[in-house]
Design a protein around this ligand. Structure first.
Ligand code: HEM
Length: 458
């Protein structure tokens, strides 16, 4: 499959991310360093220009065709240690963690690799975080653990059982509509709609404000990684923040109402659950809902779109899947997420000097940033035989599409699997001819593998 050819915008043109939990455009513009250091056994990080490596901090890199980018990452994985992109003397830039083992180590050592300073680039501004509340993806312990406990407590088996039914019901309704209306675009008709309806149903958002919320979500995230005019971009921060404020106000209002009259939904559970003597405040509720929408809708929609396209351009895998849908769907859905890797990278900030890979490993200095390149880790030949192949029978498949483990591991991984499985089961059972037509329309970004639209036929 042609994976996305995407481009990042220069940092000077980027807008402040509108959402504290939202992914921001990632590529940092970093000046070539004057102080090249060799990569070496002495454990010092090498710099990109010393190796003549393609510059991951250069927006132009993300405009290269997918095979060229994949080849660059393969080259980086072969080096003895991660390279630093940017100017180490000033600390501006990041170490690129491109191997599976390195991404896992950073994810599972949260005392060294902090999320608190922000996991996106640029990090959300302090006033944005104060005004709209912190989302858990940008927090460290103890606040992260506390919030995650409240949220996890609310995901009761009873609620999750209901969600599974909802996912099935919404999938059936969407395929009904596809059968009836034969829409042209898989993304807007199916892939975006399913996770959005599921999250709204799960949270207990009434039908009436849903369209307005979807519109606001689109406005909040419309400026991520999209090539647009400078005038548009200058207008973007205010527009995104206004949309965010309106969305959070709607949710806070529902929260107040549920505190008075609790129902069987996640908002009620979140505003009434009492963990360590605490429950979610209105602001935390708004931040969490925004995070669920941004983290749970865009990612799942992209995974579904890439998934349909992958099955189309690999007809032998498609035939294999259809010959045993129930037996092979779980593996296929995991392989879609590995191969497409909806989220390209998140950042961490190093808390104390640390040798990556153990004593003698690459020295990372306190205060430096690392970028966890999930897509590269998912193509690491040390872990995945024939890593570029799309193979729905791949076992084991320890991909890092949902993160490298540790406290921030994707809260919605189980739900995402449920949604993808339910949707493809319904689609291929009733419309086994469903397939994409032509190439997906991709959105330029170095943060996520986003699909704007995908024509399809059944
Ligand atoms: C295919 C779909 C999805 C992908 C590829 C994905 C990927 C990720 C990744 C890479 C992380 C960061 C992990 C880390 O920093 O260690 C993450 C975190 C998160 N995801 Fe997902 N995600 C998906 C679907 C969902 C869904 C459906 C939801 C919720 C409804 C969700 C909610 C979250 C939340 C709340 C976090 C932050 C967790 C924390 O900081 O403790 N995700 N996801």
């Amino acid at each position: 499959m042609e994976t996305p050819t995407q481009a990042a915008e220069p940092v000077a043109d980027r807008a402040e991310p509108a959402d504290p939990g939202a992914p921001a455009e990632q590529a940092e513009s970093a000046e070539p360093t004057e102080q090249a250091e060799p990569t070496g056994p002495a454990g010092r990080a090498g710099t990109a220009d010393a190796h003549g490596a393609p510059d991951l901090a250069d927006p132009g890199f993300w405009r290269l065709p997918a095979p060229a980018r994949a080849a660059a990452f393969a080259e980086l994985r072969r080096l003895p240690g991660p390279l630093f992109f940017g100017d180490r003397a000033t600390g501006k830039g990041f170490h690129a963690l491109v191997r599976h083992a390195d991404v896992v180590e950073a994810s599972r050592t949260p005392a060294v690799f902090l999320s608190g300073p922000g996991v996106t680039t640029p990090a959300p501004a302090r006033w944005v975080r104060l005004l709209f509340g912190d989302s858990m993806v940008n927090l460290d312990d103890p606040r992260h653990a506390q919030l995650r406990r409240i949220v996890s407590r609310a995901f009761t088996p009873r609620l999750l059982g209901r969600v599974e039914e909802d996912v099935r019901r919404i999938s059936v309704a969407l395929v009904d509509r596809v059968e009836r209306d034969r829409p042209a675009d898989f993304v807007s008709a199916v892939a975006a709609e399913l996770p959005f309806q599921v999250i709204c149903t799960m949270m207990g958002i009434p039908d009436q404000p849903r369209r307005a919320i979807l519109d606001l979500v689109n406005r909040t995230s419309a400026d991520i990684g999209v090539a647009r005019s400078l005038r548009d971009r200058l207008r973007a921060p205010g527009r995104g923040l206004r949309a965010l404020a309106r969305m959070q106000a709607i949710v806070a209002g529902i929260g107040r109402e549920r505190r008075r009259r609790p129902a069987e939904d996640l908002i009620s559970a979140l505003v009434t659950a009492d963990v360590d003597g605490r429950r979610l405040t209105g602001r935390e509720l708004g931040a969490f809902f925004t995070l669920l929408l941004v983290a749970g809708v865009e990612t799942t929609r992209n995974a579904l779109a890439h998934g349909l396209h992958l099955l189309t351009v690999h007809p032998e895998q498609r035939a294999l899947l259809l010959s045993d849908l129930d037996g092979r769907l779980g593996g296929a859905v995991d392989e879609m997420v590995r191969h497409a890797t909806p989220i390209i990278q998140f950042h961490r900030t190093v808390a104390v000097d640390h040798e990556l890979g153990g004593p003698g490993g690459t020295l990372l200095r306190a205060g430096e940033k690392v970028a966890l390149f999930y897509g590269s880790a998912n193509r690491d030949e040390a872990v995945f035989p024939d890593p570029d192949a799309f193979d729905i029978t791949r076992t084991p498949n320890p991909h890092l599409g949902y993160g490298g483990g540790g406290p921030h591991y994707c809260l919605g991984a189980h739900l995402a699997r449920q949604e993808m499985t339910a949707l493809f089961r319904e689609l291929f059972t009733r419309l086994p001819e469903a397939r994409s037509v032509g190439e997906p329309e991709l959105v330029p970004s170095s943060f996520d593998h986003r699909v704007r639209s995908l024509r399809f036929t059944c």
